[in-house]
Design a protein around this ligand. Structure first.
Ligand SMILES: NC(=O)c1ccc[n+]([C@@H]2O[C@H](COP(=O)([O-])OP(=O)(O)OC[C@H]3O[C@@H](n4cnc5c(N)ncnc54)[C@H](O)[C@@H]3O)[C@@H](O)[C@H]2O)c1
Length: 697
């Protein structure tokens, strides 16, 4: 972790060297400042090149130092940028592969910038709820113009170097160098060694001919698109400052905005999720260097709703897939759905026709288990019945090659039992995809009692390849996500019994930021699925209290969107939820039969009964070791259940509320005679954390 220094042919080369992306850690910054001073003091040095080792120029701040005093320790990023500007000898940034955040801000402090084509250029701070804090918003508009700068900063998305170089009049890159970047930079340095005065981005002017109109429009667009996040509109403010204030005043204003955003719950939540996502792939007792198994071909059993979507994930990643079904018609139907999905992407220009052909070309089918013998991973997605799963697992055990991973996509069945149907339970694992499986980012990896560590490591690695965020769950009914949603569903039912309409509950929850309220979600997932689960679960627990409204709804055949009616009505081809008077009458009648007088329930009570029902169940899940860490639960809810990202997941939200307050609210809910007081008893872990003044994360 340093900045290497060498002198070649009168040019000092400073190489940022901090794998994997040359994050600008304290050590790197300090060595950079030393190198800069040394080069300036050495009479034989005529010019200075700054570049990055390995696969990046620099990805920006070192995430390992995030939030620690080291991140701001002198020389901080602002100081080394200033020192670079003040160098008496020309400093040339030689940019390749990745140049983002603080890395780009450092490059903007250099006198010149040369780049390889294909380098990813970005200021991604907005993705953490921030704005660039080391001059990015003030310098970038000076070299690419106001409009491009606003686009780059508000989106946070990378743009290719050669594309920026094609902007008329751009001054970000002095040269795009094909071939050997360092050799090209050396030649460029020789050209510029004696040129004075040294050009500085701060000396350039920036502005917009229709400034007020442009910034007003940009701010409104950013606000509309960002909904719950303040940072995008603040990015626009900062660029506007760059056009209206003196350079150093705009830098100070940028700093103020940056510092105030750091304190917002939205940015704290996004930073929490950033780390949570990285932490999710780490399993406490599985070393990171665990050798993984090769996965070159995937078999899938069942071409239904899930099987097809699961298959698409692997095809998209270039991994051949073979799907086994019971009948040719089922294959034809399943393949038809896959093709239609790809064709829709082609129509939207998100996929090229050649890619569609290539992917469909990697997809084969069979009615015969023997054809799965060369698969490295086989995922079953057949009917949710233990007898069917048993037949399938036994058949797989008979034909799969030694070392093949046998995965089940079951939502509710016991993975240990499913593993026991084979003679190789160590190779069996749950891979619980979410519907639609080709779209939803979440994958719950269910660790059976006997699942081997290299199977877990392999599944975690393959999940990255298919662009899923995977979280480990232990075996229990519903795993992490669905076990929690059961309590949420129960609360939703009690709210109806006590006086709410489905639309009132959904509206409150959606206002809180959920993608969808519980009743719209039920209609989307299919109310019959929950009905079947309740019959099974509550058949075993006859004392379980829950509202019967959802059962009554199903008795009327109102299964949801797929039949055009559920809690709401639906017009074919549309997803708008239209309230239905009969449903409201059914709820009112049921309420009456229970002798309940409806009361007006506030949005705040609705939201907190629902969200804290998730939190208390999650505390049990954590305590039982079903989830390894609280942040994994946040990931499950953000990526699998539409929990609002600006709240950082249920556990992060509870932490932000303060666990003491959480328990106070739960105690209050427990006093409601129509609720389930036993459920609201704080989980032992929650009570313990409150007693110790601690939080989940
Ligand atoms: N639908 C969801 O939202 C969802 C989400 C996560 C997990 N799951 C789980 O995924 C699994 C499949 O669910 P689905 O919704 O895709 O069901 P589905 O009914 O749409 O598809 C099941 C497919 O499996 C085939 N099949 C059944 N028995 C078979 C056998 N013995 N051999 C070969 N093929 C067989 C059927 O022909 C059918 O095409 C279930 O375990 C379910 O719990 C479903």
């Amino acid at each position: 972790m340093t900045t290497r220094y060498e002198v070649r042919d009168g040019v000092a080369i400073l190489t940022l060297d901090n794998a994997p992306v040359n994050g600008l850690s304290f050590a790197v910054r300090a060595a950079y400042a030393d190198g800069l001073a040394k080069a300036n003091a050495d009479a034989s040095v005529k010019a200075i090149i700054v570049t990055g080792a390995g696969k990046a120029f620099s990805g920006g701040a070192d995430i390992k130092e995030f939030g620690s005093p080291k991140a701001l320790a002198e020389p901080n990023l602002g100081s080394i940028i200033r020192a670079t500007e003040m160098s008496d000898k020309p400093v040339i940034a030689a940019i390749h592969t990745t140049c983002m955040g603080g890395g780009l801000e450092l490059a903007l402090g250099c006198h010149y910038r040369v780049a390889s084509p294909g380098a990813n250029i970005a200021l991604p701070e907005v993705k953490l709820g921030l704005i660039p804090g080391a001059g990015g918003t003030v310098r970038l508009p000076r070299v690419v113009g106001v409009e491009a700068a606003v686009n780059i900063i508000v989106s946070g998305e990378p743009v290719k170097s050669e594309f920026i170089a094609s902007f008329p009049g751009q001054k970000l890159f002095d040269k795009i160098i094909e071939g050997d970047l360092l050799a090209g930079a050396m030649a460029f340095a020789a050209e510029k060694a004696d040129v004075r005065p040294l050009p500085l981005v701060r000396d350039l002017r920036t502005g917009h001919p229709e400034a007020d109109a442009f910034f007003g429009f940009a701010r409104n667009t950013a606000k509309a698109m960002a909904k719950n996040f303040p940072a995008p509109a603040k990015c626009v403010d900062a660029v506007e400052n760059a056009t209206k204030m003196k350079f150093d005043d705009a830098i100070a204003a940028e700093r103020d905005i940056f510092v105030s955003l750091m304190m917002t719950p939205e940015s704290k939540s996004l930073r929490h999720l950033f780390f949570a996502e990285r932490a999710a792939s780490k399993i406490p007792d599985v070393p990171e260097d665990t050798k993984t198994r090769d996965v070159k071909k995937v078999g899938i059993i069942g071409a239904g709703t899930m099987g097809g979507g699961i298959g698409m994930n692997f095809l998209n990643a270039g991994i051949p897939v073979i799907i086994l079904e019971m009948k040719q018609e089922a294959i034809d139907k399943g393949f038809g759905v896959i093709r239609k999905n790809y064709e829709a992407q082609v129509a939207k220009k998100k996929l090229k026709q050649e890619k569609l052909d290539e992917r469909m070309g990697m997809l084969t089918s069979t009615l015969n288990y023997a054809d799965l013998k060369d698969c490295d991973l086989i995922i079953e997605a057949v009917f949710e019945e233990i007898g069917v799963k048993q037949k399938v697992m036994e058949a797989l055990d008979a034909v799969a090659k030694p070392g093949a991973i046998l995965a089940t996509n079951t939502s509710t069945l016991d993975v240990n039992k499913i593993a026991s149907f084979t003679k190789r339970p160590q190779d069996v694992v749950g891979m619980h995809f979410f519907s639609p499986a080709n779209v939803m980012k979440l994958l719950e990896v269910v660790r059976g009692e006997k699942t081997s560590k290299d199977v877990l490591a392999t599944v975690m690695a393959i999940s990255k390849k298919i662009k899923k965020t995977a979280v480990i769950s232990g075996v229990c009914d519903g795993f992490i996500g669905n076990r929690m949603i059961e309590q949420y569903g129960r609360q939703g039912g009690f709210l109806l019994d006590e006086g709410c309409t489905p639309q009132q509950v959904d509206r409150a929850v959606e206002k809180f930021g959920f993608a969808m309220g519980p009743f719209r979600m039920g209609d989307l997932a299919g109310n019959d699925i929950g009905w079947a689960i309740r019959k099974r679960r509550y058949g075993e627990k006859p004392n379980m209290r829950y509202s019967k409204t959802a059962d009554l709804l199903c008795e009327q055949g109102r299964f949801g969107q797929k039949v055009g009616k559920g809690w709401y009505d639906y017009v074919p081809g549309k997803r708008d939820a239209i309230p239905n008077a009969d449903v409201e009458a059914m709820i009112a009648k049921h309420r009456e039969s229970l002798g309940i007088k409806p009361r007006k329930i506030s949005d705040d009570e609705i939201v907190h009964r629902l969200v804290l029902s998730l939190v208390n169940e999650a505390a049990h899940i954590l305590e039982e070791g079903i989830a390894n860490k609280a942040s994994d639960i946040d990931i499950v809810y953000i990526y699998g259940y539409g929990f609002p990202p600006h709240r950082g997941g249920p556990m992060n939200y509870a932490d932000q509320l303060g666990l003491f307050n959480v328990v106070q609210m739960m105690n209050k809910f427990a006093k409601n005679p129509l609720d389930d007081a036993s459920f609201w008893k704080p989980a032992p872990l929650l009570a313990k954390l409150v007693a110790e003044g601690k939080s989940f994360n």
